[in-house]
Design a binder for this molecule. Structure first.
Ligand code: R5P
Length: 324
């Protein structure tokens, strides 16, 4: 892997380090700093000429800063004669602005995709786009990796009985259905809406049988935590036995941690697509690392090898665990 380089932005350095360690290599050094006026400066500190360079930078909060940093890093690389630049964006910010819901609204996810392309990226690798069609916003190659087998394996490790997979809103129903299918479990869907013009979550009804059951809420993003904490309270109120939550991206804005702390949730599992600062850890929060999988993805991507075989072996392991 002589011509493979991995470089980290400042948004999730620990994940980048884990990836590099798994690949038994060092991160390409770079100086990244802010000028007094807030502008970002990047200097790549070793040659990348002729190399395939993987830039690891989620555009998590502060999303604007992290996106701009990614674009500037790509520009610095582009001017350094690499073979290819691959943006690894474990969390793709602005993903929820994926459609024009009202007149005179932007489709910011598409704008961001265009900005990344224009900066000179040849390929993007992401995890769990909010909706799969965002992949179509890119005209360059994009790999949107799902983490279903990792999360399912973790759920199986809990050895929970009588489970129901819960979608915290109608938009999450198809995601929940996929998990339910793999786990041979029933599903329930929460009827969620937001109060007109606010982020306030209103949940009133549950479709499905959750009484006396262990509920596993699956979501892609936890931002203000309004969705999952209101969902958990409603499930508890309607007779659920225990509530677990699995979510890919821990955005955790505002007082999300306080809400999670007070919610009737037994355990909440995030992945580390977004780095969780120590101050945001609670005993009920667990982090599932995607570092090893991302390293394998990069190794295969660099070598032009397919990912299907990796997924097949993970699903085979799941079947074996389920037979035990
Ligand atoms: C909604 O469509 C998403 O899948 C998440 O459920 C939502 O973005 C979570 O937001 P919050 O934590 O602020 O309720």
């Amino acid at each position: 892997m002589e011509h493979l380089k991995i470089i980290a932005g400042t948004a999730n350095r620990s994940l980048a380090e884990e990836v590099a360690k798994n690949l038994k290599m060092k991160l390409t050094p770079a100086e990244i700093k802010r000028f007094p006026d807030g502008e970002i400066y990047v200097h790549i500190l070793e040659s990348v000429r002729g190399c395939d360079v993987y830039v690891i930078q989620p555009t998590s909060p502060d999303g604007n800063q992290n996106l701009m940093e990614l674009l500037i890093m790509v520009d610095a690389l582009k001017r350094s004669s690499p073979n290819k630049i691959i943006a690894v964006i474990p969390y793709f910010g602005y993903c929820r602005q994926d459609r024009k819901a009202k007149a005179r609204e932007p489709i910011t996810a598409k704008l961001v995709a265009k900005m990344i392309e224009t900066a000179g990226v040849d390929r993007v690798i992401t995890f769990d786009f909010h909706v799969a069609q965002i992949q179509g916003f890119f005209d360059i190659h994009s790999d949107n990796l799902d983490l279903i087998p990792h999360i399912v394996q973790h759920i199986l490790g809990r050895k929970l009985k009588d489970i129901v997979i819960v979608a915290p809103d109608v938009g999450g129903a198809s995601r929940a259905r996929t998990y339910a299918k793999v786990l041979h479990a029933p599903i329930a869907i929460i009827d969620k809406r937001r109060a007109e013009g606010t982020r306030k979550v209103i949940v009133e009804n549950i479709i499905g049988d959750i009484k006396g059951k262990t509920c596993i809420i699956i979501d892609d993003i936890i931002d203000t935590a309004g969705t999952i904490t209101e969902a958990a309270s409603l499930l508890k109120q309607k007779g659920a036995k225990e509530i677990y939550v699995y979510a890919t991206h821990a955005v955790l804005s505002g007082n999300a941690i306080e809400k999670i702390k007070n919610a009737p949730i037994r355990e909440i599992v995030f992945t580390n697509t977004i780095e969780l600062p120590k101050g945001k850890m609670l005993p009920k929060i667990k982090v599932l690392s995607v570092g090893h999988f991302l390293a394998e993805t990069i190794r295969r991507n660099y070598g032009g090898m397919p990912m299907g075989i990796v997924y097949d072996s993970m699903y085979k392991k799941i079947q074996e665990t389920m037979k035990k």
